[in-house]
Design a protein around this ligand. Structure first.
Ligand code: NAD
Ligand code: K
Ligand code: MN
Length: 360
């Protein structure tokens, strides 16, 4: 019997709708595989918790998560609480507290999805974006002086460390090496950012020598947005800094059909701490509380979680069920141009799982 202890943190907005849906499909998987079970523990951290306690999560919150096998996360963000409080008080606290330095964002056009790129069908676009998740532009270092006055000045300091760049480059080269095309694009901006990004480029070149079988190239971040649209098939694995990858991966998600589908894992590759899996979307204020959120981003994140846990059979079964659902337009939610609800999509995935052959 393999029992996994999973922390579920729905957070805010549609996180409260998609995380219960994610737990539902994981329970359905466990029901059809005799040796697999999940023990979920729910944490009510987020903006409501903040309104009651003045913090997004308790000071010793990380201790409650430390011995979990993985974390399933929804979204942090509330219409009435400033974004920098919700983000830094919860999601970044966990990512940085558990040194989840590799943020992995696969993008593919799933069957049945009408992606906006002309001539781009399922199979033509298959990327994994690796986002540096512990430093860079989101170091948290900076400040404001003379606040509100005409002479006010403010900084957000972007810091890259050689050790931090080495570990993310090594992670990205290794991931690229594990994929069929063995190809990595290193995103840079060393023409304008002439200190940290020049070091970034140097480290990429040095680490590349450890992976002679990986074909790699370098691309300026601005040019790479055009390349994603004009020559999507020329990209495979991509590595970028925290901010650059944040932006590129939302673009990637939209090119693959919708932000509502895209998954991510905040990974501690050394497995000292639990890794955290979440849809890349946020709280979606415009649709929250209506039961209209697309839960596929969460389901695909659960697939990544299962792969991370070594449950590749269960991961494949869930991914097949997801693809069967996207292939059916009547099961598309509003973001995909359909009118299905979160509950209908979840029910359909659970049914497909129940009818699928357990391989574990
Ligand atoms: P968002 O992802 O919440 O929404 C952007 C657009 O995409 C909206 O129109 C929304 O309806 C749509 N959308 C997103 N997910 C969807 C889904 N699953 N199904 C259907 N439609 C979906 O981004 P935003 O509007 O920039 O941010 C809203 C709040 O979420 C902010 O407070 C922001 O800080 C926060 N946020 C949190 C995270 C996170 O927790 N990781 C990520 C992004 C944004
Ligand atoms: K999220
Ligand atoms: Mn983002």
């Amino acid at each position: 019997m393999r029992t996994y202890r999973i922390a579920a943190i729905p957070g805010d907005g549609i996180g409260k709708e998609v995380i219960p849906a994610g737990k539902h499909v994981l329970e359905a998987l466990a029901k059809t595989a005799d040796s697999l079970t999940f023990e979920f523990e729910d944490f009510d951290w987020g903006a409501d918790y903040y309104r009651q306690h003045g913090v997004m999560m308790p000071a010793d919150g990380l201790d409650a998560l430390r011995d979990k096998d993985a974390i399933l996360f929804g979204s942090a963000g509330d219409p009435d609480v400033p974004d920098h409080i919700t983000l830094w008080g919860l999601r970044l606290k966990i990512c940085q507290g558990f040194d989840q330095y590799a943020n992995v964002r696969p993008t593919r056009i799933l069957p049945g999805i009408d992606a906006p790129l002309k001539r781009c069908k399922p199979g033509d676009l298959d990327w994994v974006i690796v986002r540096e998740n512990s430093e860079g532009e989101y170091s948290g270092i900076g400040g404001r002086v003379h606040q509100g006055h005409p002479i006010e000045a403010a900084t957000d300091v972007s810091i890259l460390t050689r050790a931090g760049v080495e570990r993310i480059m090594r992670f990205a080269f290794r991931l690229a090496q594990s994929r069929p095309r063995k190809q990595l694009t290193v995103i840079t901006k060393s023409n304008a950012q002439r200190h940290a990004m020049v070091m970034w480029d140097e480290v990429a070149l040095r680490i590349s020598k450890e992976f002679p079988d990986v074909k790699w190239d370098k691309e300026l971040v601005d040019a790479s947005t055009a390349r994603m649209i004009n020559r999507p098939g020329s990209l495979d694995t991509i590595v970028a800094t925290n901010l650059h990858a944040d932006i590129l991966s939302d673009l990637a998600a939209a090119l693959a059909g919708s932000l509502g589908i895209a998954p991510t894992g905040n990974i501690d590759p050394e497995r000292r701490y639990p890794s955290m899996f979440e849809p890349i979307h946020g709280s979606a204020f415009d649709i929250m509380g209506k039961g209209l959120a697309n839960p596929i981003g969460t389901f695909w994140s659960a697939v990544m979680m299962l792969e991370h846990l070594g449950e590749s059979g269960a991961a494949k079964r869930l991914m097949r069920a997801i693809e069967a659902v996207t292939a059916s337009p009547k099961l598309h939610t509003g973001d995909l141009g359909g009118s299905a609800t979160t509950a209908q999509v979840t029910e359909a995935v659970c049914e497909l799982i129940a009818n699928s052959q357990a391989t574990v």
